[in-house]
Each structure stands twice: as structure tokens, then as C-alpha cells.
Design a protein around this ligand. Structure first.
Ligand SMILES: NC(=O)c1ccc[n+]([C@@H]2O[C@H](COP(=O)([O-])OP(=O)(O)OC[C@H]3O[C@@H](n4cnc5c(N)ncnc54)[C@H](OP(=O)(O)O)[C@@H]3O)[C@@H](O)[C@H]2O)c1
Length: 268
């Protein structure tokens, strides 16, 4: 009897807490590449935590508009914007429009990214440049675009999506690895420049996360990746989104300039 009662109490408390602990209540977040995959997971999880979400996409307008409509029913403000992360002028325009639409910009997640894999021997200049522009230049574009607003607010949290590949390298991904390693150096420098104004900048390095990006791989390759991970599974968008909630919220108020590997132990 006593054991049963204990079970009921411990089962009940976490569920109740998870519904009431809204860590991002009233904050406005911009998430780039929020129409699917990891970005979509971040948009949904931020909204569950009470954030108003402005997110971008490149071409998936139907999926993006459907997500915004779904989240708007839950009581937060949610809006999708078509904006090319690689374009400096579109990024500036986006930040100005979001500020007008939402009134503040408290969190920026630079998540949009692409791959164009090939061995160095066969990699074209165009494929190298494209990956650097979409994955790395985009981070400069959006960080610069929100900087003034966050400086005025004297508060902000910027989260940039790198990869374990940016930390370790990967054959066939020289362009991608260079872009993701560049994000780490950029973010540490931003943390040093903006820390005195309480603007924090951190990096997440996801491992093998099962999205459309990794869905291009054949099942045997996917299984071999899963087998090599200490936690014996690929990660989910929610695994990354939960780490983003921590870095976006005041729970990480004394954390800046860091790289958080969310990889099931892959780099251990
Ligand atoms: N999946 C993994 O295992 C993994 C591991 C490490 C790091 N990452 C990083 O995590 C991030 C998200 O990856 P994912 O797996 O979720 O990718 P994904 O499923 O391919 O989704 C990519 C997202 O980025 C958007 N996007 C692409 N190019 C864009 C551009 N030029 N401007 C604006 N948005 C653009 C896409 O919009 P559309 O839908 O309109 O195309 C989509 O919303 C990327 O930075 C990736 O490098 C992923």
C-alpha cells in the first residue's frame, strides 16, 4: 500500500510540473529553418514553453503556414516568414519585420542548414560556396540583424546550430565541416563582444539526428550510425529542442561561449 502511494505521488508530480513550467513565457524567438526537422521541433517546443515564435523557411510554405496556424490555436503568437538565410538584405528585412510584428526579439536560433556532400576531389566550387553561405554566412547575417535590438534590451540569447562534424570533421563533408567549425569560432567571438550587455551566445553540436537531412542515407548506414552511438539510438528533433530551451531560458543565465554536444555520447 505504502509503495503504491509513493508510486502515484512520484508519477503525478513530474507530469504536473511539465505542464506548468513554462520557461520562455512572453519571450519572442526567431528560429531560422523552422518548417521541418530540428527547426520545427524547436518551434513547437518553444511554443509549448510559452514563447511567441517567428520562424523562417526557404520553400516549404505549406508546411510552414500549417505549423504557424496550429501553434496559433495554443495561445502563443506564431508566424512563418519566407526568408533566405544566406541573404544579408533579407535577414535585415526579416529582423525589422519581426520586431514590428512581435515588439521584441529575445532569442535567436540560427538553425537553417544544408548539405552538399562530396569528396574534396569531386567537390565543385559552387557546392563549397553554397554550403558556406547557407550555413555560416547566414549566422553572421541574422546575428548582426538582431544585435541592435538585443543591445537596446540589454538582454538576449543567441543559439547557433553547429554539428559534431564541425568539431571532429568528416570525410566527404569538407564544406559542411568548415561551415560548422566556423560557427563555433564566430559564436565564441560574439559571446566575448556582447557578454557585457547580458547577451549570451552558445552553440549546439547535434550528433546523428533523424530528420529529412539524414533520411537521404540508406537504412544500413543509418543502423551502423545508431550502433556506434553510446546511447544506441539516433537523436530526435525534441532532443535538440530541449537543449535549446535550456540555452534560451534564464536557467542558463551564466552560460555563454559554450558548445553543447547533444549527440548520445558520440564524441565521448
Ligand atoms: N539532422 C542531423 O543529424 C544534424 C546533425 C548535426 C547538425 N544538424 C544541423 O541542424 C540544422 C537543421 O537540420 P535538419 O536535419 O533539421 O535539416 P532539414 O530537415 O533538412 O531542414 C532544414 C531546414 O532549413 C531550412 N532552410 C534550408 N535552406 C534555407 C535557407 N537558405 N534559408 C532559410 N531556411 C533554409 C529548410 O526550409 P525548407 O523546408 O523551406 O527547405 C528547413 O526548414 C542544420 O543546420 C543542420 O546542419 C543536423
Amino acid at each position: 500500500m505504502e509503495n503504491t502511494q509513493r508510486f502515484i505521488i512520484f508519477d503525478f508530480i513530474p507530469k504536473k510540473l511539465s505542464k506548468t513550467m513554462k520557461l520562455l513565457e512572453g519571450k519572442t524567438a526567431i528560429i531560422t529553418g523552422g518548417s521541418r526537422g530540428i527547426g520545427k521541433g524547436i518551434v513547437e517546443t518553444f511554443a509549448q514553453h510559452g514563447a511567441n515564435v517567428a520562424f523562417t523557411y526557404s520553400s516549404s510554405s505549406e508546411a510552414a503556414e500549417a505549423l504557424a496556424a496550429e501553434l496559433s490555436k495554443t495561445g502563443v503568437k506564431a508566424k512563418a516568414y519566407q526568408s533566405d538565410a544566406a541573404s544579408f538584405s533579407e535577414s535585415e528585412q526579416l529582423a525589422a519585420t519581426v520586431l514590428e510584428d512581435f515588439g521584441s526579439i529575445d532569442i535567436l536560433v540560427n538553425n537553417a542548414g544544408i548539405t552538399k556532400d562530396n569528396l574534396l576531389m569531386r567537390m565543385s566550387e559552387a557546392d563549397f560556396d553554397k554550403v558556406i553561405e547557407v550555413n555560416l554566412k547566414s549566422v553572421f547575417n541574422m546575428t548582426k540583424a538582431v544585435q541592435r535590438t538585443m543591445l537596446k534590451q540589454r538582454k538576449g540569447s543567441i543559439i547557433n546550430m553547429s554539428s559534431v562534424v564541425g568539431v571532429k570533421g568528416n570525410a566527404g563533408q569538407t564544406n559542411y565541416a568548415a561551415s560548422k567549425a566556423g560557427i563555433i569560432g564566430f559564436s565564441k567571438s560574439v559571446a566575448l563582444e556582447l557578454g557585457s550587455r547580458d547577451i549570451r551566445c552558445n552553440v549546439i553540436a547535434p550528433g546523428f539526428i533523424e530528420t529529412e537531412m539524414t533520411g537521404k542515407l540508406d537504412e544500413a548506414t543509418v543502423q551502423s550510425w545508431r550502433d556506434a552511438i553510446p546511447l544506441k539510438r539516433g537523436g530526435s528533433p525534441e532532443d535538440i529542442a530541449n537543449a535549446c530551451v535550456f540555452l534560451a531560458s534564464d536557467l542558463s543565465g551564466y552560460v555563454t561561449g559554450q558548445v553543447l554536444n547533444v549527440d548520445g555520447g558520440m564524441l565521448t
